[in-house]
Design a protein around this ligand. Structure first.
Ligand code: DC
Length: 225
C-alpha cells in the first residue's frame, strides 16, 4: 500500500500529472477537486446560496439529500451524484467558482474528509487537492507540492477550456485563477499550503513528460512499488 499526496494551486498540472503517474504505476488516482465541484453543482442545482452566512442550509442539503460516490472506469475517475454521472457538468467556470466558495465551508470539508480517508486506507492512491498533505493524509508516504507561475497556469487552464469549446478569454481565466488561488490560500479552514515535509516542484519550465517522469521516479524511489 502506498499513499501519495499531491497538492498545489489551480492549473499547476496536478491532475493530469497525477493521473498519468498513477496509470504508469498501476495505482488509483483520486481527484478530490471533483468532490468539491460535485457538492457545488448540487447546491447550484438546488438553488442553495453558497456563502458563509448560509452554511447551515448548505450543510443540511448535502447531508440529507446528496449521495456522492466515485466510480473508476479504465482508471478514469467519474463522480456520481444521486445516480447521475456529472463528470462533465462540473468542469465549467461557473462551477469552478462555486467549488472554491463551497470548499471554504468547514462543514463541507468535514462532509468530504471521511470519504477521502476511506479510499486512501483501502487502496494505493495518488490523491490530489489542496489539503491532502496537510489535513487528509498527514502520514502519506510522500507529499509533492506542484506549482507554476500564474501566467503559465492560466494559459494551461485556458487551453483546456478552449479545447472544450468555451469562449472565455485568457485574461478572464487569469483573473479567475488569481481569485481562486487567493480564496484557497486565505480561507480559515484547511487553506492551500505546502506541508513542511512536501517536496516542492515548479513545473513552469518543465514539459508534461519531464514532470511525469520526475514524479514517477520520486514515488518509485520509495521502494514500495
Ligand atoms: O482542483 P480543482 O480546481 O478541481 O478544485 C476545485 C476547488 O475545490 C478549488 O478552488 C479548491 C477546492 N478544493 C479544496 O479546497 N480542497 C481540495 N482537496 C480540492 C479542491
Amino acid at each position: 500500500m502506498i499513499n501519495v499526496a499531491i497538492d498545489g494551486p489551480v492549473g499547476a498540472g496536478k491532475s493530469s500529472v497525477a493521473r498519468e503517474c498513477a496509470k504508469r504505476l498501476g495505482i488509483i488516482y483520486v481527484d478530490t477537486g471533483a468532490l468539491y465541484r460535485s457538492c457545488a453543482l448540487f447546491c447550484v442545482r438546488n438553488n442553495v446560496d453558497i456563502s458563509p452566512e448560509n452554511e447551515q442550509a448548505v450543510s443540511e442539503l448535502l447531508n440529507s439529500k446528496l449521495d456522492l460516490s466515485i466510480k473508476l472506469e479504465d482508471g478514469t475517475q467519474h463522480v456520481i451524484v444521486n445516480g447521475e454521472d456529472v463528470s462533465d457538468e462540473i468542469r465549467t467556470l461557473e462551477i469552478s467558482k462555486a467549488a472554491s466558495a463551497v470548499s471554504a465551508l468547514p462543514s463541507v470539508r468535514a462532509f468530504l474528509l471521511g470519504m477521502q480517508r476511506d479510499i486512501a486506507s483501502k487502496n494505493s492512491v495518488i490523491m490530489d487537492g489542496r489539503d491532502i498533505g496537510t489535513v487528509i493524509l498527514p502520514n502519506a508516504d510522500i507529499k509533492i507540492f506542484i506549482t507554476a507561475r500564474p501566467e503559465i497556469r492560466a494559459k494551461r487552464r485556458y487551453d483546456e477550456l478552449a479545447a472544450k469549446g468555451s469562449d472565455v478569454t485568457l485574461g478572464e481565466v487569469l483573473v479567475e485563477v488569481n481569485r481562486r488561488d487567493f480564496n484557497d490560500m486565505n480561507r480559515k479552514e484547511a487553506p492551500l499550503k505546502q506541508a513542511p515535509d512536501a517536496i516542492l516542484l515548479d513545473t513552469s519550465d518543465l514539459d508534461f513528460e519531464q514532470t511525469v517522469s520526475g514524479v514517477t521516479d520520486l514515488i518509485r524511489d520509495l521502494g514500495k512499488i
